[in-house]
Design a protein around this ligand. Structure first.
Ligand code: 5GP
Length: 201
């Protein structure tokens, strides 16, 4: 079975990455699958352990680190997040592409460990649309909102190593753009085999 590729999807907080990925999986379930990360933050209302994240204590996170279970980890907003090797492998073994919906430091670290991983950055249509959406979510305190807004500037700086930039102006269009990237990158990966098969080199 052909092995899939790793795609990192990042973007500033509140840009709508989660909705975009959910919609992509719904429309194209055979194309790619997301992984479940580990976090030390508390679940928000409506979040389920093992579905949205594996919610773990700091001590448990340390134990997982010691066992070298993470492809990458990051400290963010006083909490820790990490991508499990086992989650990535589960999706690749099923012959699908992996989508890691993670922040940019993690994205850069994934690229270092897996050089053919593809980094995709999701952009808001405007900066004000971005801050409106964070406030609109209603789950963050005023202080958390202020911290997140200050992060936006830094986040754009961290976008430099990214290879694709997709504006999330209309969800349907953004989903199609990301799908196009995944399909094209798959064809690029196949090119070597095709050349051998058709041209003998
Ligand atoms: P939230 O707490 O709002 O769910 O996520 C905060 C940020 O952490 C988001 O940008 C999200 O994409 C990112 N994130 C979630 N899981 C991981 C992970 O495993 N690794 C890294 N590097 N970032 C993650």
């Amino acid at each position: 079975m052909k092995r899939g590729k790793v795609f990192v999807i990042s973007g500033p907080s509140g840009v709508g990455k989660g909705t975009l990925c959910t919609e992509l999986m719904k429309l194209y379930p055979d194309l790619a699958a997301t992984t479940v990360s580990v976090t030390t933050r508390a679940p928000r209302p409506g979040e389920t352990d093992g579905v949205h994240y594996y919610f773990r204590s700091d001590e448990e996170f340390d134990r997982m680190l010691a066992k070298d279970m993470f492809l990458e980890t990051v400290d963010k907003f006083t909490h820790r997040y990490g991508t499990l090797f086992s989650e990535v492998e589960r999706v690749l073994a099923a012959g699908k592409n992996v989508i890691l919906e993670i922040e940019m430091i993690g994205g850069a670290n994934v690229k270092k460990r897996i050089p053919d991983a593809v980094l995709i950055f999701i952009l808001p249509p405007t900066l004000s649309a971005l801050t409106d959406r964070i406030v609109g979510r209603g789950s963050e305190s005023a202080e958390q909102i202020r911290i997140r807004q200050a992060q936006v500037e830094t986040e754009f700086d961290q976008a430099k190593p990214y290879e694709y930039f997709v504006v999330n102006d209309e969800l349907d269009l953004a989903v199609e753009r990301v799908k196009a990237i995944i399909v094209a990158e798959g064809l690029k990966a196949d090119a070597c085999d095709v050349k051998k098969q058709y041209f003998g080199r």
